[in-house]
Design a protein around this ligand. Structure first.
Ligand code: ADP
Ligand code: ADP
Length: 227
C-alpha cells in the first residue's frame, strides 16, 4: 500500500477550514516535499496524519494501517521553535528520548540504548557531539540531533516539519544529503517546506498544498517553473 494515504480529510479550528477535502497518496520509498505558503495547513496536515489533530471528517492510513497501529514505525521531527534547555541535557540524552515512546517513560535507558544513540548520531554525522550540551549546538546541528532522535526506532517512515527553516545554505545541503541517504536506505521521507525552489532539485515527490491540494505527484510531472 501507500506509505501515507489520506482520504476526504477536512480540519477546522473554528469557522474557517485549515484543510479542505484532502485526498493524498505518498508512495513508499520516495522523498516527498509538502510545500505551501504560511498558513496553508502544512503542519495541520502532518499533525492530523499523526493523530495529534482530530479531523472533522476523513481517514488516514500509513502502509495500509491506522496510525494507532503504527507506534514506533513513524519517526516525527516537529517544527522546532526555540527550545529552552533549562537543565543540563547532553546530545546523547536527547537522542535516547527517542526510545521512550517505545519503552515507556519508566524504563531507564540501558547500555543498548546508549549504543543505539551513538549509532543514530553516526547516521547524521554527529557522533563526536554525543557528550556535548544540546544548548551549545547551532540550530543546524540541533536539527540533525532531532533527526537522530527520530531514527532511534528505526521507523520506515520519517516525517519532518520544516527541518530546513533557519539553517544556512551549507547546513541545508548537509540535511538534504542526509535525507537522501535515509531514503536510499529504503525509508519514506516526508518533509514540510515553504519554498518550492529549494526542494525541486532534490525531492522526487511533490505535494502542493493551500488548504486544498493544488497538485501532487512525481516532482518531474508536477513541478513546472511557472508554478
Ligand atoms: P502552515 O504549517 O502551512 O503554516 P498551519 O497548519 O500551521 O499552516 O496553520 C493553518 C491555519 O490554521 C492557520 O490559519 C493557523 O493560524 C490555523 N491554526 C493552526 N493551528 C491552530 C490552532 N491550534 N488553533 C487555531 N488555529 C490554528
Ligand atoms: P506551526 O508553524 O507548527 O504551524 P505555529 O508557530 O503557527 O505552529 O503555532 C505554534 C502553535 O500554536 C501550534 O501548536 C499551532 O497549532 C498553534 N496555533 C497556530 N495558529 C494558531 C491560532 N490561530 N490560534 C491558536 N493556536 C494556533
Amino acid at each position: 500500500g501507500q506509505a501515507l494515504h489520506i482520504e476526504d480529510i477536512t480540519v477546522s479550528y473554528g469557522a474557517n477550514p485549515a484543510l479542505w477535502d484532502i485526498d493524498l497518496d505518498i508512495p513508499p520509498g520516495v522523498m516527498c516535499a509538502i510545500v505551501g505558503p504560511n498558513g496553508a495547513g502544512k503542519s495541520t496536515l502532518i499533525k492530523t496524519a499523526l493523530g495529534l489533530v482530530r479531523p472533522v471528517a476523513g481517514h488516514v492510513r500509513f502502509l495500509g494501517r491506522p496510525v494507532a497501529q503504527m507506534r514506533g514505525k513513524i519517526g516525527y521531527v516537529p517544527q522546532r521553535h526555540s527550545v529552552d534547555w533549562d537543565f543540563p541535557t547532553t546530545v546523547r540524552d536527547v537522542v535516547e528520548m527517542g526510545l521512550y515512546q517505545q519503552l515507556g517513560w519508566f524504563r531507564r535507558p540501558g547500555a543498548q540504548a546508549h549504543a543505539r544513540a551513538l549509532g543514530a548520531l553516526a547516521e547524521v554525522g554527529m557522533q563526536d557531539y554525543a557528550g556535548r550540551q544540546i544548548s551549545q549546538l547551532s540550530g543546524g546541528q540541533q536539527q540533525r540531533v532531532f533527526i537522530a532522535r527520530a531514527l532511534m526506532q528505526d521507523a520506515p517512515i520519517l516525517i519532518l516539519d520544516e527541518p530546513l527553516a533557519g539553517v544556512d545554505a551549507a547546513t541545508e545541503a548537509v540535511i538534504i544529503a542526509l535525507l537522501q541517504r535515509l531514503r536510499d536506505a529504503g525509508r519514506t521521507i516526508i518533509v514540510v517546506h515553504h519554498d518550492l525552489t529549494t526542494v525541486q532539485s532534490y525531492f522526487d515527490w511533490l505535494v502542493m498544498l493551500n488548504v486544498r491540494i493544488i497538485a501532487q505527484g512525481p516532482m518531474a510531472e508536477v513541478y513546472t517553473p511557472e508554478n
